[in-house]
Design a protein around this ligand. Sequence first.
Ligand SMILES: *Cc1c(COP(=O)(O)O)cnc(C)c1O
Length: 425
Amino acid sequence: MKNETLFERAQRVIPGGVNSPVRAFRAVGGTPRFFERASGPHLWDAEGRRYIDYVGSWGPMVLGHTHPAVVSAVQAAAARALSYGAPTAEETLLAERLCELMPSLERVRLVSSGTEATMTAIRLARGFTGRKLIVKFEGCYHGHADALLVKAGSGALTFGHPSSAGVPEETAAQTLVLNYNDADQLRALFEKQGTQIAGVIVEPVAGNMNLVLPAPGFLEGLRELCTQSGALLILDEVMTGFRVALGGAQARYGIRPDLTTLGKVIGGGLPLGALGGRREVMEKLAPLGPVYQAGTLSGNPIAVAAGLATLQLVVQPRLLERIESTARMLTEGLLTEARKAGVTFSSQSIGSMFGIYFRDAPPRSFAEVMQCDREHFNRFFHAMLEQGVYLAPSAYEAGFVSAAHGEAEIDATLAAARAAFAKLR
Ligand SMILES: *Cc1c(COP(=O)(O)O)cnc(C)c1O
């Protein structure tokens, strides 16, 4: 079956032919690949073509695809039950494991997606503090709940505006949007409105506007201002959890948040999210407290089995360090190839996440990300795809390396990049 045929048929019944917009290739043009199977670092599309995968299902596949231990844990769980809607011992095991790995988690609640985790986290911050305002940063993505689909208004320190139709202005106005890495702007906001702010939510390493690292002092400043004002600091580690370090970005940068949101890796490819944090805050959640949250499939036994099996492998000594050095080998190789080809390009990685930028230096804010040459990215993307390298079909996404990627895949990727960069001259 041809990808094009499948895409045409899909568009007759599914809006845009996809169940999540970036999959439609709108940013880069062309036909999305329809996949049939995956193994380790590889994907196979409906036409039988093989690709080296740097999307990793947008983050979860840190071990690579169809790891035998994860697949057999899922099969065994599925044979026992698909869902009970009642507690299981394995949910406690997963919660215990998360609390061990991330000491800021004193209590954890399992949900089914990252969006549910962040949506609940901000409700909880409001319920705990009795305040209304939420602060986020431009270019950070926290799922698709109304209060978080908000962009900056015109001028600094104004109320946010909906970034999607269907989000009421009144809802967006409760979310303030600041520039990532701008500590001065943050300080000014807290001086003016600190006592009205319920919580500040941030990607401690931003991975939804390409990859942007926190500037020295940025996260520390956030922690200090939240503590002073009584606002809760919410680190959204849906992407960075078990990728940037075993204990997440909070371990790497030494920041203790009040709440943490998780997803992606903790489900090992199945729908699973979590929020956790300080006991006194978490105990405001129903049934102990007045903040409501629930889910028919929350803590689903198959998703929990996949998560437990994945984390069991992720904690192996030196595993994340090995993936980190593979990611570094990739970005350093890409830099070398771009330099040889005379293409303006930069690249960096942290843990198993990487960014590629058609710009002279890695960006530090959303505005700088927007300065990247999109035309060059799109041509590079298609040249790589033609050679069997599957990068994220958008210039504004981080890339992911898995434990299954080895020297052979990196060498093949760099050879493809050499040809792709040459086409850009
Ligand atoms: C992916 C992501 C989310 C949303 O998670 P879903 O499971 O897609 O709902 C939230 N925050 C961050 C930082 C993410 O990367």
